[in-house]
Design a protein around this ligand. Structure first.
Ligand SMILES: [Zn+2]
Length: 88
């Protein structure tokens, strides 16, 4: 799946991705967001790096030393497993 070419929220929806997870290894945080809901808030042209910045704005690592920055990144979800695309 060429998910690497997705640049904005609308790209995810076009690929059938309906859940977006944010995971930060350094802060041990994780959150799950519905793509449709994010589009409702930010619009489908919201750039993914910008969105990541918004969602992790309260991460204590973001303002810390540049050598030890927040490690938040997206994990893209599609159903609950590789063979469950029909759900929902
Ligand atoms: Zn973090």
């Amino acid at each position: 799946m060429p998910i690497g070419s997705a640049r904005m929220l609308g790209d995810l929806q076009a690929r059938g991705i309906d859940r977006l997870r944010v995971v930060c290894d350094k802060c041990e945080r994780s959150g799950s967001y519905a793509v449709a809901r994010l589009i409702g808030f930010h619009g489908e042209t919201e750039q993914l790096p910008d969105l990541l910045g918004r969602l992790t704005r309260d991460c204590p690592k973001r303002a810390a030393d540049i050598l030890d920055q927040c490690g938040a990144h997206f994990v893209f979800g599609r159903g609950t497993g590789p063979n469950s695309e029909a759900s929902g």
